[in-house]
Design a protein around this ligand. Structure first.
Ligand code: BES
Ligand code: ZN
Ligand code: ZN
Length: 473
């Protein structure tokens, strides 16, 4: 053991650890761990950090996550993490990883009286060199605050679609608004959306008994704009509609509202971390169902922008609800930039797998800022192209202004992004679009087995990226 790290560790436990290390039974490879229980002088968890030169922030987060994931196997709810000779940023990342991995979705599990493994909170003490404690305390507090937003996004993502439908999401948002003096929440309900001419949102949502709505969050509305605006796709269940999806894995389409979950999570994270400037969130909520009142392939709808769309496939519904969300945000909410998040296309998962979200933007500076923020947080957003040819493909409908389906299946995530771009308004009094970026999170919102910061289910992806982008923290 490095000198300095052993203080407070019982002599016999220390001897055993030193024997294990001396014998080479624990090589401290990155991602490895060893649990010592039944040992004299207490229990211990050895966590490998790997080669010092290769230990970046993400590997530190993953090592921290290993602590929390290993806890279930042993009895006891209190432990001390002893850092020695590690710099502040790396210690902070390790602590962040412990916090982020400390989540499971238990709302619908009956309690088993014999099983006390999940009882109670975990208490983790962290020790490090005295001169670093103030800084580490500060970053741990920030991680805890931001994690409340990540947890909220995961809770919303994991919620079953029979219980989380558009107006229930709105109800939770209104409740959130009533709990915080600096948050206003406004809901545009189905009747209002119809009156206002939001043909995209209405077209997608009208086939469901659970009617669609738009939810608008405003944080620190008394501060002058223009301000960042986050827009989320919130399809609480995507059957595909009349262009119905095949049954295998259709249950996963409960996660099709993760864009809205992330949006809500970012709002929570900003409030918890005490952000002082104005920020806007907008979510487009609908359930995409087949029914006698559902929209059909072949329908032409008029969106809130006034542009008409030929609906060639009712399963390409995310872009339809977002067309109204982006237009409303750009024309009513005074954004400095708009970033939408959507589980938009299977094609994005084909392109990038589960390792990165796709990132498109009409503004290089915004794109680079998002990419950098994603890298900093270990949530990769990878640049993808907005070629003119894709826009052309989406605007050559025979009978409407725009079509909701590409001409062929190739480049499907790019044509989807090109569709969205048609609904980004110009900055007032100019012929230049508002800076806008689109994150396709179809591969990163859930089921990313390589994401070590979450056990399973919804990931809460990009809550941290956007919190970091907006606050610089
Ligand atoms: N929600 C889906 C996209 C999706 C599929 C996300 C699988 C994650 C996993 C979206 O609404 C959709 O169905 N998109 C279609 C678009 C197509 C009809 C142009 C798709 O990707 O197949
Ligand atoms: Zn769909
Ligand atoms: Zn969808």
């Amino acid at each position: 053991m490095t000198s300095g790290s052993e203080s407070g560790v019982h002599r016999s436990l220390k001897n055993q650890i030193e024997n294990i290390l001396a014998d080479g039974d624990f090589k401290a490879k990155a991602g490895s761990s060893m649990t010592l229980a039944g040992t004299d002088g207490g229990k211990a968890l050895l966590i490998g950090l790997g080669n010092e030169n290769k230990a970046d922030l993400q590997s530190m987060r993953e090592s921290g996550a290993k602590v929390t994931s290993s806890l279930g196997k042993i009895h006891g709810k209190t432990l001390t993490v002893k850092f020695h000779g590690i710099d502040n940023a790396h210690m902070a990342a390790f602590v962040e990883g412990m916090i982020l991995r400390d989540y499971s979705y238990e709302k619908y599990k009956s309690k088993d009286d014999d099983d006390d493994s999940d009882d109670g909170d975990i208490t983790i003490h962290v020790s490090c060199e005295e001169e670093n404690t103030a800084s580490l305390q500060k970053s741990a507090d920030l991680s805890m605050a931001v994690a409340t937003g990540v947890y909220l996004a995961r809770d919303l993502g994991n919620a079953p679609p029979n219980d989380l439908y558009p107006m229930e999401f709105a109800r939770q948002a209104i409740e959130f608004g009533s709990e915080h003096d600096n948050v206003e929440v406004k809901v545009i309900n189905y009747d209002e959306a119809r009156t206002m001419g939001m043909g995209g949102l209405v077209g997608v949502g009208m086939g469901s008994y659970r009617k669609p709505c738009m939810v608008i969050f405003e944080i620190n509305g008394d501060k002058p704009g223009p301000s960042p605006c986050i827009v989320g796709k919130g399809i609480t269940f995507d059957t595909g509609g009349i262009s119905i999806k095949p049954s295998p894995s259709m249950d996963e389409m409960k996660y099709d509202m993760h864009g809205s979950a992330t949006t809500f999570g970012v709002m929570q994270a900003l409030v918890a971390s005490g952000h002082k400037d104005r920020v806007i969130g907008l979510t487009c909520m609908a359930e995409n169902m087949p029914s006698s009142n559902a929209q059909r392939p072949g329908d032409v709808i008029t969106t809130y922008s006034g542009k008409t769309v030929e609906v060639l496939n009712t399963d390409a519904e995310g872009r339809l609800v977002l067309s109204d969300g982006l237009w409303y945000a750009g024309t009513h909410l005074n954004p400095s930039y708009m970033i939408d998040l959507a589980t938009l296309t299977g094609a994005c998962v084909v392109a990038l797998g589960h390792e990165a979200s796709g990132l498109w933007s009409n503004n290089d500076e915004l794109l680079n800022n998002i990419k950098t923020a994603g890298e900093h947080c270990g949530e990769i957003a990878w640049p993808m192209p907005l070629f003119k040819a894709f826009e052309k493909e989406m605007t050559d409908s025979k009978i409407a202004d725009v079509r909701n389906l590409g001409a062929g299946r190739w480049g499907g995530s790019n044509t989807a992004a090109a569709f969205l771009k048609q609904f980004v308004p110009n900055m007032e009094g100019t012929d230049e679009q508002i800076p806008w970026a689109h994150l396709d999170i179809a591969g990163t919102a859930w089921g990313a087995k390589t994401n070590k910061l979450v056990k399973n289910g919804a990931t809460g992806i990009h809550v941290r990226t956007l919190h970091h982008l907006i606050t610089g923290q």
